[in-house]
Structure formats: C-alpha cells, structure tokens
Write a protein that binds this ligand. Structure first.
Ligand code: TLP
Length: 363
C-alpha cells in the first residue's frame, strides 16, 4: 500500500508538476494577463507612443505616489538606471552588505558607474547598522570619493524578506537627506512590504527619491519592473534605459500584464505571507532544522540544517532529496536554504512539502 507521501510524489512525477519554492520569479502570467496581452493596444514606446506602456507608467506613478514612472525589463536594470541617474561617475554608493544590488547585480555600480561601493552591515531585521551608516558619508576631504547615494531594500531579501516600515526607512534615510543626498529604494518586493504592513505602497515610497519595484515576482507578470521618481529623474532615467539597451518598442504587450499585476494581484500577496508562515511553523517542529518562524513577515524564509551535534550541517542532501521528491528549494552558498511562496502555491502544497521534508530528515 502506498503512503499518502508516496502517492503525492508519484502524482508529482506523473503530472510533472513540481512545487517550486526557489523564487517568486517562477510565477506564470494569469489568464487575465494573457487576455490583456492578447488585446493590448501598442505603439513604438521609444517614441513614447505605446498607449498601454503609458497607461502602466501613469498607474505605477500614481500607486507609488511619484510624479513619473518608467517601465523597464528587469529589476536589475531599474536599479542600474537609478545609479546612473543619481550619481556622477566615481561617486561612492552606500548600500547594505546583504543587499541584492551589492551581491547579485553583477557589480553594476563599479562596472557601469565606476563607483566604489561601501557595504554597511545589515541587521537581522533587514535595516542597517545606524552607527556605521552615520560614519560612512564622505566627501569633505580631497582624498576621498564623494558619497553620491544611499540605497535601501524593502523587503530585504537575504535577511528573510524582512519588512522595513516607513519609520525605519525615514530613520535610515535621514543622514543622507541631511547632507542633501538622494536615497534609492530597491523595492523589488515593496508591494509585499506594503501588504504586510497594511499600508498603501506610496507610504513607503514617500521616504525616498526613487524606487524600483518588480511586476514579475509575486505580482506574477511575465516580464518587467518599474522605476519611479520625480519627472526630472524619470526623464533622465529614460536616457539611462536607452544606454543600457532597454528601449523597447511595442512593449504594451508586456505592460498590459503589468497593469493586471498592479490592479488584481497586490492584495492576494497576503496569502503568500500566510503560506510562508505555515511553512515556517511546520519546519520549526522538525528538530533537525534551524528556523526562527517569528521572523517570517512576508513570502521569503530561510532555514538551516542541524547535524547530530546540533551544529549547522550541509544543506545539499536535503535540497537534493527534496528535488527528487518534486520540491524545489534554493540552496544558498551561505549554508541556508531559501523557500519563497507565491501565486500558484497552495496551503495543500505547503502541507505536502512539510510531509516530504519531515520524511527526508527522519530517514
Ligand atoms: N531576485 C531574484 C534573483 O536574484 C534570482 C530572487 O529570486 O530573489 N532586487 C531584489 C531584492 C531582488 O530579489 C531581485 C531579484 C532583484 C532586485 C532583481 O530583479 P530582476 O531579477 O528582475 O533583475
């Protein structure tokens, strides 16, 4: 007789459907998005003539409480354009040591801006070490590069999807603003932060000069991110996008899905947060795993594996066995496993994941 676990794994093998918790980037466009894409009115966006792109940019600017917005292909490009637009070549950039822009954007600040980057330690709550930040601003001495920009990240991915409140963003931005320096927010998952806080997203964006947010993660659009700021900033950013090769033509096909993402997909992010919490609470009951479920605030969680001596152990065997059971997790190079919940992952999927991981760990 097959156990329900074996039945589930068998079913996974048969249907070929994995439970993919590697990232919320794996979401597929919804039927409403595909429908909107099919019917999208288009034009040449480099001439500013794509009505659907124009509608998306106006909608995004309104939601983010900024004067203007720019549709860009990826979050990485949106962040790179923000650096190019805010900073002179060689200006130093202050950024969290666990920030995506510092760790995973191909060294863009150095390669594209010729900018030194000064990593500021992230605290476990995703914020920055205030004392180190206060001492990090440069420029009065002729020997020094001038600080050009402070970058923040909300939610903070590598700290476990932690939420920075408007008050925290304001506190961290204050030393930059006091020196007349701009602050850029990598808000790849800013809508997750807003939903977790029960606030409109503009309450977070109000604390910074520019913000990037992604349409193609939890909001499930197939492609695209938004960069928003003042009209002058976005006018210049449009040139930056062209420079980086991101001037798209009949991009309304993609923007149409982005409009559905902003209109229909924001409130449901709360479900992803509930599922992440459900997963974290379940994992916490497995003695050989290390997780702090009380720190799980949005759709990202990290956990470790403990050896028999109670010390951190290699995560590869668990990630590999889970993949064989049709459950995809990200095995980090820092000894942690990441799981991300998203559209398409159900409470029943989370239960199946918990059954499978418990089996693997008890084997
Ligand atoms: N993060 C992705 C990829 O690194 C694989 C992920 O799975 O978490 N800022 C933050 C905070 C991000 O998490 C990401 C993507 C980006 C920027 C970049 O966005 P894209 O992938 O659209 O260039």
């Amino acid at each position: 007789m097959t156990s329900s676990y074996e039945a589930r794994v068998g079913a996974l093998a048969q249907t070929g459907r994995a439970i993919d918790l590697r990232s919320d980037t794996v979401t597929h466009p919804t039927p409403a998005m595909r429908e909107a894409m099919y019917h999208a009115e288009v034009g040449d966006d480099v001439y500013g003539e794509d009505p659907t792109v124009n509608r998306l940019e106006a909608l995004a600017a309104e939601r983010l409480g900024k004067e203007a917005a720019l549709f860009v292909p990826t979050g990485t490009m949106g962040n790179a354009i923000a650096l190019l637009t805010h900073c002179r070549r060689g200006d130093e950039i202050l950024i969290g040591a666990r920030a995506h822009m510092y760790l995973y954007e191909v060294g863009g600040a150095a390669r594209l801006n010729g900018s030194p980057v000064r990593p500021i330690p992230n605290l476990a709550d995703g914020s920055l070490d205030r004392a180190v930040l206060a001492r990090a601003f440069l420029g009065d001495d002729v020997h020094e590069a001038r600080t050009g920009l402070l970058c923040l990240e909300d939610t903070q991915n590598m700290c476990g999807g932690r939420v920075l409140s408007p008050e925290t963003l304001r506190e961290l931005a204050t030393p930059a603003h006091a020196r007349g320096l701009p602050v850029h927010l990598d808000g790849a998952r800013l809508f997750n932060a807003a939903v977790a806080l029960g606030l409109p997203v503009r309450a977070l964006a109000a604390e910074v000069e520019s913000v990037m947010c992604c349409l193609s993660k939890g909001l499930a659009a197939p492609v695209g991110s938004i960069l928003a700021g003042s009209t002058a900033f976005i006018d210049e950013a449009r040139r930056g996008r062209k420079l980086l090769g991101g001037g798209m033509r009949q991009a309304g096909i993609l923007a149409a899905a982005g409009i559905v993402a902003l209109t229909d997909m924001v409130e449901r992010l709360a479900e992803d947060h509930t599922h992440a919490k459900q997963l974290a609470d379940g994992l916490a009951e497995i003695p050989s795993l290390a997780i702090a479920p009380e720190t799980v605030e949005t759709n990202i969680l990290f956990f470790g594996v403990r050896g028999e001596d109670g010390q951190p152990a290699d995560t590869t065997p668990l990630v590999t066995a889970a993949a064989q059971a049709g459950i995809l997790l990200s095995g980090g190079d820092d000894g942690r496993i990441r799981a991300v919940t998203h559209h398409g992952i159900t409470a029943a999927d989370i239960e199946a994941v918990l059954v499978a991981i418990r089996r693997i760990q008890e084997a």
